[in-house]
Design a protein. Structure first.
Length: 435
């Protein structure tokens, strides 16, 4: 069975209600084995998120008919997923670092006498109320660190270019030091209200300082796994559980009514999909209204009062669906398919972005790039003025000291001088290192 995230009160042998994620009481006993190995499993990546379901899957809070429960349960991670206001008009990048340590598990589990007696007396419903659908067969310690980068603006090419810069800062060693400078320059030179927000979530780890800027966030992501092992192993937290069905044990009778349980799971899975669709619709409306309020001229004309009224009505329907889901988790007989009424009119369409005529990249060869004290870089003189005025993004790569040339001077650029480019293009400046 797929691992589930740890919730307060869980321990090896404890029963769990899969639909709510609630830790109940101990249902089985057995020998608990603590691993001798201190190895780690590390999953570190940056991915683009194109829809809200992908975001929930990446964070591990999706709901499906196979028994996942996180989506309609109160959890810090679900609140985190909702906080970014996912909409279809922004670009989202997710930095994900998940660290899993060795498994502590229970060997040869058996039902406790009280649980066995309930099944012998054919009180399956009471068994499920007390001991749930599964029991915790094992626990992984570890931790997780997530950062969602939300990039907004009216010009798709500028958003894509900034997305490339953010991705490169995670994938290229040393590039994160220049990330703050690159982002600020991109925003300063933007002609399309380019902006970026970052949302972080951390569970475990030695460094609990609040992240201040994108560069610090990338640095923390790179150092997160080492902060959970060795001398820092006490900073690991109970991170995930290995659930196991009672049906794997030697039972005197069935542990639950399969028809009611399957219907309950299927309704929650379908209604969670409806919830996601409704949340995306509300977030899209919020984005459209904010764009108009800030005079971005991003959408075709529309009646803001009517759209606001639709938004408020949909928010009420969202609360209703959430309340009905909570009732369904408590009582399977109340479960039904959720639905909502769409907006009274189609949402306004985005206006097409006016194409920008390409222009040749200037020749900056042999111009000087000076280093600043905060660890970032900024282009001096002609390069800085030229790049900013043309709306170009820049990043600096220092060549090995063995390359002959004046330290700090530009040896070459990619793209090469004369290449046809447009505002938002990322230009890499290769400079000579100290000899």
């Amino acid at each position: 069975m797929q691992e589930r995230f740890f919730s307060p009160g869980m321990d090896v042998g404890i029963g769990v209600n899969l639909l709510t994620g609630e830790a109940l009481v101990q249902g089985v006993t057995g020998t608990v084995t603590t691993p001798d190995a201190a190895g780690q499993n590390i999953q570190s990546r940056i991915i683009r998120i194109d829809d809200i379901s992908s975001l929930h899957t990446a964070l591990g809070v999706d709901v499906s008919a196979d028994g996942s429960y996180m989506g309609f349960s109160a959890s810090a991670k679900m609140d985190y997923a909702d906080s970014c206001g996912f909409n279809e008009h922004s670009i989202y990048l997710l930095v994900s670092v998940v660290v899993t340590n060795s498994l502590t598990r229970m060997d040869s589990p058996v039902l406790i006498p009280e649980a066995t007696l309930l099944l012998q007396n054919q009180k399956a419903d009471r068994f499920r109320q007390r001991f749930g659908d599964v029991f915790v067969a094992g626990i992984h310690t570890g931790g997780e660190y997530f950062a969602i980068f939300q990039i907004t603006g009216t010009d798709e090419s500028e958003k894509e270019s900034l997305s490339t810069v953010v991705s490169a800062s995670f994938s290229t060693i040393g590039a994160s030091a220049d990330l703050n400078v690159a982002i600020n320059k991109a925003k300063e030179s933007s002609h399309s209200h380019l902006d970026m927000r970052v949302f972080t979530f951390q569970n475990g780890g030695a460094d609990t300082t609040q992240d201040q800027d994108p560069g610090q966030i990338m640095a923390k992501a790179r150092g997160f796994a080492p902060s959970l092992t060795g001398a820092n192993s006490h900073f690991a937290v109970a991170y995930s559980i290995l659930p196991e069905s009672y049906l794997t044990l030697n039972l005197p009778g069935d542990a639950a009514n399969p028809i009611d349980i399957e219907n309950q799971k299927e309704m929650l899975a379908a209604n969670f999909k409806t919830r996601n669709e409704l949340m995306l619709l509300i977030n899209n409306i919020d984005y459209i209204l904010l764009s108009q309020a800030q005079n971005h001229n991003e959408f075709e004309p529309f009646d803001s009062d009517a759209l606001t009224a639709d938004r408020n009505r949909l928010a009420g329907e969202f609360d209703r669906i959430t309340s009905e889901a909570s009732a369904c988790m408590r009582d399977a007989t109340t479960c039904h398919l959720a639905s909502f009424h769409p907006p009274s009119k189609p949402l306004p369409k985005r206006l097409p972005t006016q194409p920008v005529a390409p222009f040749p990249l200037p020749n900056w060869t042999n111009l000087f790039v000076r280093f600043v004290t905060d660890g970032g870089t900024e282009q001096d003189g002609t390069v800085h003025v030229s790049a900013t005025s043309l709306g170009l993004l820049t990043q600096v790569v220092t060549l090995p000291p063995t390359v002959v040339g004046n330290p700090g001077n530009i040896q070459k650029t990619e793209p090469a001088p004369g290449t046809m480019v447009v505002p938002g293009t990322l230009v890499t400046l290769f400079i000579f290192g100290d000899n």
